[in-house]
Design a protein around this ligand. Structure first.
Ligand SMILES: Cc1cc2nc3c(=O)[nH]c(=O)nc-3n(C[C@H](O)[C@H](O)[C@H](O)COP(=O)(O)O)c2cc1C
Length: 351
């Protein structure tokens, strides 16, 4: 059997991932009142059968108003944790590790799910007033309320409580969503955060670090903690790779084990050079300059490309989104392509 980077295991704290081909978090807009259901059990389980090393479940609101849409997943009560537990347990029986991305959408909340059309949901239709660093809206969405100190303390406490519930639901990994223009990124980006109090200026990353601290203290020492960053806003004067390196060093000191490197989302008009593997050089810079584990994501769709990302030292794992949606057996198919024994479930081994 050939030795590959993609199919070598990775251990972080006390968790070992069978390989480095992971499912990126993807909103499915398929919940009612934030609860996971049969769809999520099958959806998560199919990737475990298909050979994923880690399935990261979608952006999950730590409080109801932190959901992107009313169809998004939530973890603000113990009953929500109970609804997630069967999906986690089944995927684990198939050899995958399972994570959950904890999120607060900030001023991008109360949006319409894509299948419901563009724009935001008005209060009359079940929407809510989002929370933001300021009252400046994200173009096309509702005007937010500027968060007070008490609001931000409640957000931090919400992340900690949701993390505790994720542990009780059996998750192996927690990821904090600090990317794509959601609340933590809104506070970090100078394009969005123009506050002059303790959460503005030099304090723009305070919320990120407070959340990392609160989540780290809420979960066992043995449990890996990831943080997804937007490594750049792709706008002059916006959040930059240098800022990301500095934040990554700080997050590592605050107990974060892996930086999941994405980009963009703070403002609508960024010129993003989308192309195969376009975010990989960002992951490489963060890994080399901050001395942290990274995952790379974004149009890494082929086995050879995934192998090259890892061989080049850009990342410790590859996350894929749309490729898994199109081919839930990507793990098996990538193994075939790289000459590794394909990890079919034993039930499927018969020829
Ligand atoms: C349907 C869909 C939903 C997504 N939802 C999330 C999400 O919940 N959290 C997140 O960080 N990124 C989300 N993303 C971004 C993906 O995780 C990933 O970073 C992006 O699709 C680029 O990877 P890809 O080219 O392999 O799809 C989503 C992407 C898609 C296609």
């Amino acid at each position: 059997m050939v030795a590959t980077h993609v199919f070598s295991p990775l251990s972080i704290r006390s968790v070992t991932f069978r390989n480095r081909l992971w499912v990126s978090p993807m909103c499915m807009y398929s919940c009612t009142d934030g609860f996971a259901n049969e769809f999520h059990r099958v959806h998560t389980g199919q990737y475990a059968l298909g050979g994923a090393g880690l399935v990261m479940m979608e952006a999950t609101g730590v409080v109801p108003e932190g959901r992107i849409t009313a169809d998004c997943m939530g973890l603000w009560s113990d009953a929500h944790a109970e609804s997630l537990a069967p999906a986690v347990a089944f995927a684990q029986t198939q050899g995958a590790r399972v994570g959950i991305q904890l999120a607060h959408a900030g001023r991008k909340a109360s949006a319409n799910a894509p299948h419901r059309g563009p724009g935001f949901v008005s209060a009359a239709d079940g929407g809510w007033t989002p929370l933001g660093p300021t009252e400046e809206p994200f173009r096309g969405l509702a005007g937010p309320r500027a968060a007070t100190a008490a609001d931000l303390e409640a957000v931090v406490a919400g992340f900690a409580a949701a993390a505790r519930r994720a542990v009780s639901a059996g998750f192996d990994v927690i990821e904090v969503h600090g990317a794509h223009g959601y609340l933590l990124h809104q506070f970090a980006s100078p394009l969005v955060n123009t506050r002059t109090d303790a959460w503005g200026g030099a304090g723009r990353t305070k919320l990120a670090l407070d959340v990392a601290d609160a989540v780290r203290s809420a979960i066992p020492d043995s449990m890996p903690l990831f943080y997804r960053v937007s490594a750049t806003d792709w706008v002059d004067g916006g959040w930059s790779v240098d800022d990301t390196v500095e934040l990554s060093v700080a997050l590592r000191a605050h107990g974060v084990d892996l930086i999941d490197v994405s980009s963009g989302g703070a403002v609508p008009d960024a010129a993003i050079p989308v192309a195969p593997g376009y975010q990989v050089p960002l992951a490489k810079q963060v890994r080399e300059r901050a001395g942290v584990l990274t995952s790379a994501v974004g149009l890494i769709d082929e086995a050879a490309a995934a192998e090259q990302v890892l061989a080049s030292g850009a990342a410790d794992a590859v996350m894929m989104g749309r490729r898994w949606l199109r081919d839930p057996y990507s793990g098996v198919h990538f193994a075939d392509a790289l000459g590794v024994d394909a990890p079919w479930p034993r039930q499927y081994a018969r020829r």
